[in-house]
Structures are given as C-alpha cells and as structure tokens.
Ligand binder design. Structure first.
Ligand code: PMV
Length: 304
C-alpha cells in the first residue's frame, strides 16, 4: 500500500524562543511545501538510505509511532536548516501519510516526533505546519482554541489567526543552524540572568500587542513590533553577525525586519512593499531571498 501527504513550511512572525517558556507566539504557513510518499516495505528506507535513529531521526520516530516499515521518499521546496520549518513539515507529512487522523491528533503526534528527534521544543512549528494559515500559540487557555498540546513543563493552546497576505520577504543567511543547541542556550541564560527572563516576558507582551495590527494589516505597527522583537532576541543571545548584516541591508526598504525561527544563522524576514529592493539588498550581502505567500494551506493527503 502507498500513501502520500504534504505539509507547508513556516515562518515565526513573533515570539520564537519565548514560546518554549509558554509565552505567546504567532506563526504562519508559507507557500513552500514538502511531500512524503510511503509504501509498505520489508525494510525501512528514507530516500533510498536505511532508516536509523541518529541519521534519520524523524523517519525513525514516525515509523515507530505508526508501527510499520516503509519505503519513504521525500521531495521538498523548503530549504533544510534555514529555519523555515522543513523538519516540522517532514514530521507532519510523515505522520499524516502513515497514521492519518484528525488535525489535532496529527499535530500532537508530529510534535512527539519532533520532541524525540530534537529534545526541547515547543509545538509551534508542528502546529502551524499541520493547520496552515496562521496560528496564535501560548501557555494560556484561549477562547475558541483549536486544540492544546502538553509538553514536559508547559501545556500549549493553539488558535487560528486570520492574517491577510502581507508582503514578506525571507532572507536565508546560508548558515544552517541547529535549533536544539540554541534552545538549550536560551534555557541556561534564562536560569542565570534576570535580563533574559525580562526579555522573554517582554517578547510575550509584544506578541500579544501584534495580534490586532497583524489581523488588521497595519504594516507600520507590525514593522515596529518586529524591530522590538529583534532587539529582544539579540539580548537573549540568538542573533548573529550574519543575521544583523542582512537586517541592516533590508531595513531602509522595510517596515520592519527580524530573525525568524531559532536564529544563530538561519533566516530573517522583512515586511516590505518594495520586495524587489529587499531581494536585491539580500543578494548583494550574500543572502538567499525567497518571496513567498503567507497564511498558506495546511497539511493534506495527496493523491498518488
Ligand atoms: O528553528 P526553527 O525555525 O524550527 O524555530 C524554532 C522555534 C523556537 O521557538 C526557537 C523553538 C521552538 O521549538 O519553538
């Protein structure tokens, strides 16, 4: 038997890292997708290579969960290691293809796969890659929430957010960054330094403030909040020279810009009505630019 599913990549608009501590975050699905095909097989392979716990952890844990062996092939438009949700999209598409289920079940299982593969994580990425559109996620219960997911220390609540098409350009630094070690670094800083604890709380506060201008399409207000968020991300220690270089290059053509995802490399996002100028500025500084839609459709089963 052969099954197929696809899931979108994502960007985090506000609240990365703070969300791991239960603070609010806003994430949106992007118009780049990853597709999985899985057929029953005697031995499990991933794009032709035998599945192993360390080399192909997502496939290993998803297969364990589904209790099956499968020949898995993956094709993806999402660059890996760029902080654009390629690993979450992979977990979600694997789970949907091999186990199916309601949206909330797929999201919870995919989060389990991510957690097993990556240790400490919030369900922000797997939730938005499942649901698509845009989501608001926080450690506080919300009216009309879609579902909630429990981690070791936090129970996260996920709600749908209606964000119109805002003109966002993504700039990849070209430096892949592993999320796990950055999340652990922030955890250590959070334990040691009050300025980091304050910055995390302030990120949560400004993320709440961002809901209204985002849903209303107020680009000036959103841009200012992005700049504030970036300064706080820099205080908690996840920005980098390459990120700041790209941010400097795009700022004069943007309402606001910030890193997106784990930082330490990875990607930035710029809110702009001059996308051509931003693309040019990014490429001049050695970045790779992606112009894509936001609030894109979520995970779905694909016809074979
Ligand atoms: O590295 P990314 O783009 O998958 O982003 C991770 C987002 C964090 O908030 C840093 C971690 C998490 O699990 O939420």
């Amino acid at each position: 038997m052969k099954r197929s599913a696809s899931a979108p990549g994502k960007i985090i608009l506000f609240g990365e890292h703070a969300v791991v501590f239960g603070e609010p975050s806003i994430a949106t699905a992007i118009g780049m997708r990853l597709k999985v095909e899985a057929s029953d097989a005697a031995e499990s392979t991933f794009n032709g290579v035998r599945v192993e716990r360390n080399a192909t952890p997502h496939a290993y844990h998803a297969l364990n969960l589904a209790g099956m062996n499968a020949r898995i092939t993956v094709s993806s438009e999402i660059p890996a290691g760029a902080g654009l949700g390629s690993s979450a999209a992979l977990s979600v598409a694997l789970v949907l293809a091999m186990t199916g289920g309601e949206e909330s079940e797929v999201a919870a299982r995919a989060y389990g796969v991510e957690l097993a593969a990556q240790m400490r994580a919030s369900p922000a990425d797997t939730s938005v890659c499942t649901h698509g559109h845009s989501i608001f996620i926080s450690g506080r219960q919300e009216e009309g929430e879609l579902w909630s997911v429990a981690g070791k220390e936090v129970r996260w609540h996920i709600s749908h957010l209606d964000i119109p098409q805002l003109p966002v350009v993504i700039g990849y630094t070209g430096i892949p960054a592993a999320t796990g070690p950055l999340v652990m670094k922030v955890k250590r800083h959070h334990e040691r330094y009050s300025i980091v604890r304050e910055a995390i709380a302030e990120i949560g506060q400004l993320t709440l403030e961002a809901v209204r201008p985002l849903t209303g399409g107020d680009m000036v207000a959103v841009g200012e909040l992005m700049e504030r968020n970036q300064r706080l991300l820099s205080i908690i220690g996840v920005s980098s020279h390459d990120i700041e270089k790209l941010l400097d290059a795009v700022r004069k053509y943007s309402y606001g810009a910030k890193l997106t995802g784990a930082g330490g490399g990875g990607s930035i996002i710029a809110l702009t009505d001059r996308p051509d100028k931003v693309v040019q500025a990014l490429e001049l500084r050695g970045g790779k630019a992606f112009v894509t839609s936001i609030s894109a459709p979520g995970a779905r089963r694909e016809e074979l």
